[in-house]
Write a protein that binds this ligand. Structure first.
Ligand SMILES: [Cu+2]
Length: 115
């Protein structure tokens, strides 16, 4: 019981420290409004999931233009930061996501279901 509580507090604190955009995108809006997201290279873009490759930690997205990455709309593969991000995704899903360039690859750093 004590351990669980401590873990919970820890999680809370680390969440606050990081702004936690990856963990709870739906509930972290006030913190994000203060400019944390804006200071990152990646802005939120919308996309449709075309294919998911959990074993390779990659996915194929048909995405809208992403000005922050200098991309027009296209269908392309992205890596993901963790395989867990792909768990609930399936082809046809619409998402909002942010990505950043890592060497010659593009990596999705956060994503959420779009309505
Ligand atoms: Cu692209």
């Amino acid at each position: 019981m004590k351990l669980t509580k401590a873990l919970f507090v820890l999680t809370l604190f680390s969440g606050l420290g990081d702004g936690a955009p990856a963990q709870t995108p739906g509930t972290a809006q006030p913190a994000n409004k203060s400019g944390r997201v804006a200071t990152q290279k990646a802005a939120l873009a919308s996309a449709e999931v075309v294919a998911v490759y959990p074993e390779e930690k990659r996915l194929l997205l048909k995405h809208a233009p992403i000005p922050g990455l200098g991309m027009s709309a296209m269908t392309m593969e992205f890596g993901v930061r963790s395989a867990g991000m792909l768990k609930s995704l399936k082809p046809g899903d619409r998402i909002l996501f942010s990505a950043e360039r890592v060497k010659d690859d593009y990596v999705v750093t956060s994503l959420q279901a779009a309505k």
